[in-house]
Design a binder for this molecule. Structure first.
Ligand code: PLP
Length: 345
């Protein structure tokens, strides 16, 4: 890996972050807070939240087997994606490399930040070769984006190739593990200490059932986390979100049960779905959704909408012609989908 200073935008490296009232106070137990121009009434929402989310990070660290200094928390993974561009990519000069197809937000954030986005096509099994991504890179490539299990394809990327890319690329490799809780493959978090250029994204939005609270996690070296923390909005994770996440950490066991149910339903739904006349192929999945090639994606999508059932039409995505992406719901929801498709002609 190149020195972090060389990878970071010079203005960001030199940046002196905004220092909030709650940042500067740090020490003895205090009971009178007259430092932040808050309203003394309307407890507890009158107070600014902890800018570094210390209590929540202390709970996440042992569950993920990382140190609190290796955790960044943001307003969804989307904030972490955007901050990676703002921290490392000079607009109009630097570029990033990503697999194609994958999650659409990487490209949107690249475009918003005026950073060139280089796509490398996956093969027919939706796998990639590290060498092809490395070939697409040049001296201005700062980041590479992988997503495993990948969205919208659903499959895990080959671990050997991921590790090869992390070892050989001189910039930063981001592996988005939004769906890792649904997969048998162990998380790359276990290898965080071996790879100073690895950033792993996870989220509360999927297995944790908390898409509404907007909480994303990035895990990396304390140096990279320090840069993200320096440039984020001071109060990027609000108090209600921190509270709810702390509450969720306390009922961890329930998340395990949800995952088990979703995986059982995934197996059942795929089994039944395969027998539908409109289903041509189901791609292997390690996530809480599957990608299926159907006889006529647009017509089936519209038909399902008319029945009040919404799936994702991915027909216009690279390599996904006539494909629908279907999220696993509850058993009754999945049955409603199957019933509707049995009547489709
Ligand atoms: C759903 C999803 C996320 C989650 O994004 P949040 O902003 O945390 O809700 C991240 N990455 C991928 C690939 C996803 O599909």
């Amino acid at each position: 890996m190149k020195p972090l200073k060389e990878l970071t935008r010079p203005n960001i490296w030199a940046l002196k972050p905004y220092s909030s009232a709650r940042d500067e106070y740090n020490g003895v137990e205090a009971s009178v807070f007259l430092d932040a121009n808050e309203n003394p009434y309307n407890q507890p929402n009158n107070r600014y939240p902890d800018p570094l989310q210390k209590e929540l990070k202390a709970m996440i660290a042992p569950v993920k087997k990382v140190r609190p200094e290796q955790i960044f928390l943001g307003n969804g993974s989307d904030e972490a994606i955007d901050l990676m561009f703002r921290a490392f990519c000079c607009p109009g000069k630097d570029n990033v490399v990503a697999i194609d197809p994958t999650y659409g937000m990487y490209q949107v954030c690249a475009d918003v930040n005026d950073v060139e986005y280089r796509k490398v096509l996956l093969d027919e099994n939706f796998q990639f070769q590290a060498d092809k991504l490395l070939e697409a890179a040049d001296e201005n490539t700062k980041l590479m984006f992988l997503c495993s299990p990948n969205n919208p394809t659903g499959n895990n990327l080959c671990r050997k190739e991921i590790e090869k890319l992390i070892k050989e690329f001189q910039g930063i490799v981001i592996v988005d593990e939004a769906y890792a809780d649904f997969s048998d493959e162990p998380s790359l978090l276990a290898e965080l200490d071996e790879h100073p250029n690895l950033v792993v994204f996870q989220t509360f939005s999927k297995a944790w059932g908390c898409a509404a609270i907007r909480l994303g996690m990035a895990f990396a070296s304390p140096e990279i986390i320090g840069i993200l923390s320096k440039i984020k909005y001071p109060y990027n994770v609000n108090r209600l979100t921190q509270q709810e996440a702390i509450h969720m950490m306390q009922k961890h066991y329930e998340v395990e049960r949800w995952i088990k149910s979703v995986l059982e339903e995934r197996e059942r739904l795929i089994e039944e779905f395969q027998n539908l006349p409109c289903c041509k192929h189901i791609f292997p999945t390690d996530a809480n959704f599957f990608l299926t090639r159907v006889t006529d994606a647009k017509r089936i999508y519209d038909y399902l909408v008319s029945k009040g059932i919404i799936v994702r039409n991915r027909s216009n995505v690279t390599l996904c012609k006539d494909c629908l992406r279907i999220t696993i719901g509850t058993r009754p929801e999945n049955d409603t989908l199957l019933q509707a498709l049995k009547q489709y002609e």
